[in-house]
Design a protein around this ligand. Sequence first.
Ligand SMILES: [Zn+2]
Ligand SMILES: [Zn+2]
Ligand SMILES: [Zn+2]
Length: 171
Amino acid sequence: MTIRAITSGAAAGHVVRPALAHDHSLCIRTALEQAEQLCADSGARLTPLRHRVLELIWASHKPLGAYDLLDQLAREGHKPAPPTIYRALDFLLEHRLIHRLASLNAFLGCSHPGDAHAGYFLICKSCGNTEEVTDSAGLQQAIRRATEAAGFVMQQGTLEISGFCQQCRHD
Ligand SMILES: [Zn+2]
Ligand SMILES: [Zn+2]
Ligand SMILES: [Zn+2]
């Protein structure tokens, strides 16, 4: 079985609900395998630093800021300069392996990299877990209709919805 078959199987059978208990090591493994495969397919260089940055972003379902990343790397004995980190982040964004959440100025691993898509996110204000809405066809259509009706040309259609996740709304 190829890596692609394994990861797509895992992705299909493993619907990530960050707020609920799940085997997060599977999320990390799937994300890294997908990234390695996508970069190999497109000839992009997933250097050890880029790989590590992606892994750190995937450490949880909470978006991670650039300075948290720098702190983590410094604790591991690396001391990359901020521009190096920003270049690594740019690479990961460019290859659609992560998303940038403007409202938090932070980064989140993409749960279905490889296909171009606008990001729709549910951000929990209590625990910080952020879920990417992957079943977004209806949303996409509604946004397209609304923008077209306004005669507006959309360039970027990220949606960041804040609130309380399933676990936190009961607290
Ligand atoms: Zn997970
Ligand atoms: Zn995504
Ligand atoms: Zn929560």
